[in-house]
Write a protein that binds this ligand. Structure first.
Ligand code: SAM
Length: 347
């Protein structure tokens, strides 16, 4: 266990019981798979296994009472600023649709709908697609509470629409898609996975997938021992969206790097990390099912995936200048007196 995890708060009894159920189901999956699963399968299980996974079972997750806070949860100003960019995209498309992936608590959807309506730039519909069906009720409740008049514009999808025309928005979604962990040791290739004797533990096996090996060989520094993530599922999602988008733009907001930084020689152990009760930690086996897991995004791979589907990169920017360009300071001024409680809360 990493030293930062020793000071983490213990879950309560129901949390411990839930995590024990997740571990039991992992043990069965590992046994069924011949004693080993890839890290991608492990992360898929601990985050998304039906009724058990972190994003699927009932834990609070987002916001102050959860494990992490994302920008839309921090302040409505994020969505109000983003609305400027989304309005410009809607303006340039005929059908004026919005599709939000991984809408979390629904905070971004609610504030975007409010801000777009306030500026006369309403979408024709706001569709939400989240791999965690259990979050739908939470999203519906947030939108009803914060943007009640607009709840009828919102629909929940079970699958990607065949085509769409408008703005696709995803905030901190690609980092939640399970990557493969690939290692090169003394010139040999391995996939890092999870085995289970008494406890869950890492086990590296010779890499069997030629496609993953080709991607790693292309992206990793040319020499030296190295371990990092390769995320074909995130790339496939972006490619799939690109193929179905007839007009519009995909707004991907996330943490990550272009390839030269992502696979820098000094980042020789990858970017994987966990979040538990507002602490980040480096132990993916900490309280499975109660702790979030995430890896940074390789933005070069994502851009190339989009290009394969006919998209092109219209912009790439750190979040601060992007939000300033979208007028976040002007939105802040609209909140009112800088000495007011509203200003302190929203700013
Ligand atoms: C870190 S949370 C971010 C939630 C929200 N966007 C926010 O900013 O607060 C990741 C979200 O992405 C969803 N998700 C993960 N993979 C997805 C996929 N392939 N398609 C749609 N949603 C996905 C998860 O269920 C979860 O709601």
């Amino acid at each position: 266990m990493d030293s930062t995890t020793t000071s983490l708060p213990e879950p309560d009894e129901s949390g411990r019981e839930h995590s024990a159920r997740v571990v039991a189901s992992l043990r069965s999956e590992i046994a069924r798979s011949g004693g080993w699963i890839s890290f991608a399968q492990y992360m898929q299980h601990v985050l998304y296994a039906p009724a058990l996974g972190y994003y699927v079972a009932g834990a609070r997750k987002f916001g102050d009472a959860g494990d992490f806070v994302t920008a839309p949860e921090t302040t409505p100003l994020f969505a109000r600023a983003l609305a400027t960019q989304v309005a410009a995209i809607l303006e340039a498309t005929a059908a004026r649709e919005i599709v939000e992936f991984g809408a979390g608590s629904g905070a971004l959807a609610a504030e975007l709908l409010n801000a777009l309506a306030a500026s006369g730039a309403e979408p024709s519909r706001y569709a939400i697609l989240d791999v965690s069906p259990g979050l739908r009720e939470r999203q519906r409740a947030t939108i009803s509470e914060c943007a009640g008049d607009r709840i009828d514009q919102v629909e929940w999808l079970d699958a990607l629409p065949a085509t769409f025309d408008g703005a696709v928005v995803m905030n901190e979604v690609l980092d939640a898609i399970p990557p493969h962990l690939i290692a090169r040791r003394s010139g040999e290739w391995f996939e890092r996975g999870v085995a289970c004797a008494d406890t869950l533990e890492w086990e590296d096996r010779p890499l069997a997938d030629a496609h993953l090996q080709a991607l790693a060989a292309q992206r990793f520094p040319p020499t030296g021992d190295y371990l990092s993530e390769i995320n074909p599922a995130a790339e496939a999602l972006v490619e799939d969206i690109g193929r179905r988008m007839s007009a519009g733009a995909l707004l991907i907001i996330d943490y990550g790097f272009p390839q030269a930084e992502f696979y820098h020689t000094q980042r020789s152990e990858g970017t994987l990390m966990g979040h538990y009760r507002h602490r980040s930690h480096a132990d993916p086996f900490l309280w499975p099912g109660l702790s979030d897991l995430t890896a940074h995004v390789d933005f070069t791979a994502i851009a190339l995936a989009g290009e394969r589907a006919g998209l092109h990169v219209a912009g790439y920017a750190p979040q601060a200048p992007f939000l300033l360009g979208c007028g976040i300071l002007e939105r802040l001024l609209e909140v009112g007196d800088p000495a007011s409680v509203a200003y302190l809360r929203e700013g």
